[in-house]
Design a protein around this ligand. Structure first.
Ligand code: CU
Length: 432
């Protein structure tokens, strides 16, 4: 639910067909690609995005397609190769290996078992430059199928990571290489697109640097916000979704006294994760952790005028900045006078955050990856999935970076402390 993912449909635009391929035909093509699996990817990587690949897979998996061969855009076809080439601008290939796995996480006090990328929370950021090609191999060590969705990135459709739509899910024990060229600089992130996996620890920043960066700054802080329930007192995101679903069913079918005015719960088809509502149903619970149930996490009547009313449905026990709860917050350091670029990402599943750096004015430079007319503000509201880039000039001292869980009477916190030294140390020499 954390965003609408309108960009997915933008993705289809670049693949506008020679004729008017229907969306269905396109899906058929991507399904065919998924059937062919890594074969296509190998072909793509082996011959500069597959331009010379004439493979016969195009029609081979198309049980759902009725159009004759050549009516749709093939992931290994010339249109995609041309789009990728245009995006590439001679960039490098960045190879990354990533493992989705069960792991322990210290949230700064609470210790939980969860699913994450490697043993880091958030996952280690992936950083490249616009025009580069990312070649990221995800090994799935989870007990259920997964995939990677690249939030906000304009990319070839067959790499968009939506199981059942743009690829087959990556089975437990299998791996998959995502290979695509990134055209636009900015602050992005990635997460799975299956069930409620995104509401566990499976998220990480994706930073695309601008080869002609117009901003000047001394430091960069990547700030990832999250609402956390996984592994706390037996709770799992699946358990919470089940509770919400029961709650909604009760609400729908219950006594008339329960009416719409009771607050909080909306019926708009949004679940714990946009992934659950958007794509295939959550895989059937298998592992023990998915059956476990904790205390009630349902939040009724969370309100925020700023959000236009409903502030969410889940009372998360913890709110995190860079994987840490306020008891033992993560710490950023700056010298007085440092100009700092903050890249703020809301990776939460059901929480909008209102963010401020105590005693500092922020200058907004980008929203959702893209540059905007600069604007000064004391606080920023980020919906689920949103990103803001801001510039601040560090004052002397220690300051809280707070992210209020909007309408939920809780907050996440990080600390900004003074780094040793000054921004422009005077050269040793005679006093003046
Ligand atoms: Cu997303």
């Amino acid at each position: 639910m954390h965003d609408n993912h309108e960009e997915r449909f933008d993705h289809l635009r670049y693949a506008e067909p020679r004729r008017t391929a229907s969306r269905r035909a396109l899906l058929g093509a991507t399904a065919a690609a998924a059937v062919a699996g890594t074969g296509i990817l190998t072909a793509c990587s082996g011959s500069d995005a597959g331009g010379g690949h004439g493979g016969g897979h195009a029609g081979s998996g198309g049980s759902g397609t009725s159009g004759p061969k050549g009516e749709y855009v093939d992931p290994a076809g010339p249109e995609v190769a041309a789009a990728e080439k245009k995006r590439g601008r001679g960039g490098r290939v960045r190879e990354v290996k990533l493992m989705a796995m069960e792991t322990g996480a210290d949230l700064g006090g609470p210790e939980v078992r969860t699913w994450a990328y490697g043993d880091a929370l958030p996952g280690k950021e992936v950083r490249l430059t616009a025009g580069d090609t990312l070649a990221l191999t995800l090994a799935n060590h989870l007990p259920e199928p997964t995939s990677l969705h690249w939030h906000g990135i304009a990319l070839r459709n067959d790499m968009d990571g939506v199981p059942g739509l743009t690829q087959r899910a990556i089975r437990p024990g299998a791996d998959f290489t995502y290979r695509f060229t990134v055209p636009d600089p900015g602050t992005y992130w990635f997460h799975p697109h299956s069930g409620t996996q995104q509401d566990r620890g499976l998220y990480a920043p994706l930073i695309v640097e601008d080869p002609k960066e117009p901003l000047t700054y001394d430091k960069e802080w990547v700030v990832v916000l999250d609402d956390w329930v996984d592994g706390v007192d037996g709770s799992t995101p699946d358990g919470v979704l089940a509770e919400l679903s029961r709650g909604m069913a009760d609400h729908d079918g219950g006594s008339s006294g329960g009416g719409a005015g009771e607050g909080g719960m909306d019926h708009g088809g949004h679940g714990m994760s946009h992934a659950a509502a958007r794509t295939e149903p959550s895989p059937k619970p298998k592992s023990k952790s998915k059956r476990s149930s904790g205390p009630s996490r349902m939040m009724m009547g969370a309100k925020s005028d700023l959000l236009g009313g409903d502030a969410g449905d889940v009372a998360y026990p913890h709110y995190l900045i860079n994987g840490r709860a306020p008891k033992a917050p993560s710490e950023f350091r700056a010298r007085p006078g440092d100009r700092i670029r903050l890249r703020i990402i809301n990776a939460g599943g059901d929480t909008a955050f209102r963010v401020a750096l105590g005693g500092h004015e922020m200058t907004v430079t980008h929203t959702d990856g893209f540059p905007v007319e600069h604007a000064k503000t004391d606080a920023l509201l980020l919906g689920m999935g949103e990103r803001y880039d801001v510039l601040v000039t560090a004052e002397d001292g220690a300051f809280p970076l707070t992210a209020v869980a909007e309408g939920k009477k809780a907050a996440a916190l990080a600390c900004c402390a003074r780094a040793a030294g000054r921004r422009r140390p005077r050269r040793p020499g005679p006093r003046s």
